[in-house]
Ligand binder design. Sequence first.
Ligand code: FAD
Ligand code: SF4
Length: 516
Amino acid sequence: IRHLIIILGDQLTLDNPALDGFDATRDRILMVETVGEATHVWSHQARIALFLAAMRHFAELLIEKSMQPIYLKLGQHDFASLQDAWRAKLNELKPEKVIICEPGEYRVLQMIEQCALAAETPLAVRDDSHFMISRADFRRWAGTDKNKSLRMEFFYRYMRKQHDVLMKNGEPEGGSWNYDDENRQSFGRHGPQNLPANPVWQHDDITRAVFTDTAQYFPKHPGSLANFCWPVNHQQALKLLDDFIQYRLAEFGPHQDAMWQGDLISSPFLWHSLLASSLNLKLLNPREVISASIAAYHSRGLPLASVEGFVRQILGWREFIRGVYWLDMPEMAEANHYQHQRALPSWYWTGETKMNCLAQTIRQTMQYGYAHHIQRLMVTGLFGLLAEINPREVEAWYLAVYVDAVEWVELPNVAGMALYANGGRFTSKPYVASGAYIKRMSNYCSGCRYKPEVKTGEDACPYTTLYWHFLIKHYETFARNPRTALMAKNVARFSQAQIGDIESSAASLLGRLESI
Ligand code: FAD
Ligand code: SF4
C-alpha cells in the first residue's frame, strides 16, 4: 500500500489533515482501541466510553464514505498498547509512508516516531488544522525565550485581530476587550434560577455496546456511566452547540465562576457549554462554535459580556494553552517549582472527605466525568497546591477523571494554572485563596463541618489554614510581586504567636490529609 493513515481517538473529523489526498485504492486508514490508553492513567469509565463510542461512530462514518478503516476493537486483538499495534501493522502492510495528524500528546508523538523509525518507514506528521493557530505561528508569536512570561490577554487580542472576531473598524466590539467585571458573580443567597434542562441523548446500539465493553474490560476503573451525556458524533455535538446557544449562552458570562449545591440543581452543569469533550475529540470545530455564538449575538441580541466571555475561552484560552503545551514540552511534564512531594489523598477518587466543597466536586466528577472551570481550579486544584501535593500525582488524576481530558489541555491547566508548577510561565501569580473565596462563590460552606473564616483549631477550614501557611512559607516571593504584595502585607501583621499557631495547625493537617 501507498499510505498508512493513522487516526487517533481525539482526531475524529473528516477534515483531519491526515486524510488529505486519501485514495481508497492505494491507502489504508488504521484506528486502534487498546487497554493501554485507558490504563496509562486510571481513566474514568465515562472518559473511556466516550473515546470508544466516538471512535466507533467515526469508523462507521468512514465506511459510509467508502474509506473502510482497519479498525482493531478491544477484545479482537492482543496488542496491549498503540505502539504494539502500529508496529505489527507496519510490518504486515509495509506502507511506503505513514501519515498522521499531530497528536495531542507528546508521548504519542514520540511513540509513532519510534515505530516509524524502527520499521524504516517515512513518517509525515501533518499540522493540525483544527486549531486556529499553528504550532509554528504560536512559537513566532511567543518568541523562543523560555524564561519569558506569556500572557493570554495579549495573545487573545492578537487572535481577535488576526481572525477578525468581534472586531469593528479595527477596534474591539463594544469598545472593550474584556467584560470580566460583569462576569464574576456568585448566585447570591437564592441560588441559581431557571436552570436549563440537562441535555439528554438516546444512546444507539454502538454506544450501548461500548458501555458493555467498558464494564467488561475496565470494571475497576473509577466513575460511573449512569449519567453519560456526551456527544459521540458530529451531529450530537452540533445539537449540544445549538442547545448551548439557545438556553445557556446568555447566562454563561455572569455565573461562569459560581458554584452551587442543592435541590434546585438538577445538574452540575449550570450555564456552562459542556462542549470541551466534543471540541477536543474534534467532533466540533472551534470556528463553527465561535461563528454560532457571534451569529446569536447579532441575531438574538445576546449580551456581549457573555458572548465575548465565551469566545475568549475558545479563541483565547484554548488556543493559548495548546500553544504553550507544545512550546514547553517535555519540560512542563517535569516541572515542580515548589518541589512539592506529598501523595494525592485517596479520597480524590471517592469524595470521602469532610471538606464539603471537595466532597461535592469530586462526587460530581465521579458521577459525570465533569466539573466546571472554577471547581477544577479553585477547589480540587487549589487544594492540591496548598496541600503541597506532587504535581505528577495531581496531573495524572486530572487526565484520568474528566471526559474532556487530553494532555495538551490538561497539563498546562494543572501544572501552569492550578499548581504554579512551571513557576508562572503564563500566570502572573499563584492562584491561592482561603476558604473565604469558596464561601463567596458557592454555598458549599453552609453544609460543611469546617468554618471558612477560622484559621486554626478544630473548626478551621483546611483551605484557610493552609492558605496562611502557604503565604508564611513563601512570604518573600509574595511580598516582591506587585500582584501578591497585598496578601503578604496581611502576613506581616501577624504576631509570632499567631504565626506559630498557623504553622502547627498546618503541620497537623498536612500530617493527616487522609482523614480531614
Ligand atoms: P465552558 O465553561 O463552557 O467553557 C467553554 C470552552 O472554553 C470549553 O469547552 C473549553 O473548550 C474552553 N476553555 C475554557 N477554559 C479553558 C482553559 N483554561 N483551557 C483550555 N480551554 C478552555 N479543559 C479541557 O478541555 N480538558 C482538560 O483536561 C482540562 N483540564 C483542566 C484542569 C484544570 C486544573 C483547570 C483549571 C482547567 C482545565 N480545563 C480543561 C479547562 C476548563 O476547565 C474546561 O475546558 C471546562 O471546564 C470544560 O467545561 P465546558 O466545556 O462546560 O466549558
Ligand atoms: Fe470547603 Fe472550607 Fe468551605 Fe468546608 S469551610 S466547604 S472545606 S471552603
